[in-house]
Design a protein around this ligand. Structure first.
Ligand code: KG4
Ligand code: ZN
Length: 359
């Protein structure tokens, strides 16, 4: 069958795509969360279900890709059913399916992409690959108080630390990025050195609440006039400090105050770096709104500090709701709805990318 005929076979009735009110099923499987949602371009989010694999990977101290893939296979269809029940809809009500094509782990991405394409074929719907980072960038649009274009986005997750100027849907200018570790990765690795469970970011932040930033750790790349980040030096300095200060076998109750002080000192440096760079991006571009998204945007100290600093210069910081800071299907369904509305076409190939930049 030639590819044009094939495409015709997979195309939905055109009237469906021409409707401006769209109900889109979103599928997110880039890493260790199975996220499914249904977003309606008129009424907003109709349903969202999430299964986290944290417990599955905890004993290994990190994500095991093969286990992640197998778990997605088990959870994805029941979660889609749950979403239909929540929204009181069936597949007949859908106008399209959006799925994460990358970046992420290839196996988990393939599960989501293959299922999205298969369902689209069976239900005669269009399917649309969505960039995971675009999902994060647009996640504040899931709430009522939404940002206005153009805005600056600080995207801080387990795998990425990026500053974008977001001019419109699909118009993203990269202003700065990490030259080594991502902020979330530095959080997780330092948390592990402190004997905290995986994924450590939120546990380190909890511990930091009980301590004071008494230890001096290097503040990376602040003197440089760029908008890039670097966290590997900080991570190493924190590890050396932990090895020097704490006994080799850390028991959670043995040295609580020193542990908490190290956590607070580490968190303070990350918050300082992210704040300074985000404020620099606002200053250099003259943009007045800052969106902070991705898993690390759940960090309360970062939120408090950025609110204070943006208010000082008459700017505003906007966050996604806490549950949408980390990976979820709602942001993919939303990005899909916006892109379907913008009448972007779809491809037949099941293609996923473990690495992919967003420009
Ligand atoms: O966006 P996300 O769910 O997954 C990726 O796409 O990477 O981000 C996960 C990252 C992890 O590194 C996790 O430790 C971090 O977000 N994180 C936090 C907090 N909550 C999650 N880091 C600092 N403070 C938090 N409260
Ligand atoms: Zn993510």
């Amino acid at each position: 069958m030639d590819s044009n005929k094939q495409l015709a076979l997979y195309c939905p009735p055109s009237s469906r795509l021409e409707r401006s009110l769209l109900k889109i099923l979103g599928i997110e499987t880039s890493c260790d969360e199975t996220g499914i949602a249904i977003y309606d371009s008129h009424s907003g989010l109709l349903a969202h279900c999430l299964h986290s694999q944290v417990a599955l990977h905890a004993e290994y101290g990190g994500v095991v890709p093969e286990l992640a893939s197998r778990d997605h296979i088990h959870k994805i269809l029941p979660l889609i059913d749950s979403c239909f029940q929540q929204a009181k809809l069936s597949h007949l009500d859908l106008d399209g399916i959006a799925y994460t094509f990358g970046p992420g782990l290839v196996g988990p991405l393939m599960i989501g992409a293959a299922l999205a394409k298969s369902l689209a074929f069976a239900w005669q719907l269009p399917s649309l690959p969505i960039h995971h980072l675009e999902g994060h960038l647009l996640s504040p649009f899931l709430d009522t108080h939404v940002p206005q274009f153009p805005f600056i986005a600080l995207l801080v997750s387990g795998g990425h630390t990026l500053l974008y100027e977001v001019k419109a849907l699909g118009d993203y200018t990269l202003l700065g990025e990490t030259i080594d570790d991502a902020a979330g990765e530095a959080f997780d690795k330092t948390a592990k050195c402190l004997g905290l469970p995986y994924p450590g970011g939120k546990f380190l932040a909890e511990l930091a609440k009980q301590g004071y930033p008494l230890f001096k750790l290097p503040v990376p790349l602040l003197s440089k006039d760029s908008l890039d980040f670097s966290f590997s030096g900080l991570k190493t300095a924190a590890r050396l400090l932990i090895e020097k200060t704490l006994p080799a076998e850390i028991s959670p109750s043995a040295t609580p105050s020193i542990q908490a002080d190290i956590a607070a000192s580490f968190e303070a440096v990350i918050v300082e770096t992210l704040t300074q760079k985000a404020m620099r991006a606002l200053r250099l571009t003259g943009v007045k709104q800052l969106v902070v998204c991705g898993g690390v945007s759940a960090n309360l100290n970062l939120r408090t500090r950025l609110k204070k600093e943006t208010e000082k210069v008459g700017a505003e910081v906007i966050y996604p709701r806490l549950e949408f800071c980390t990976d979820n299907g709602a942001m993919i369904a939303l990005a899909g709805a916006l892109r379907f509305e913008a009448k972007k076409t779809t491809s037949l190939n099941i293609e996923v990318l473990s690495r992919s930049s967003l420009h």
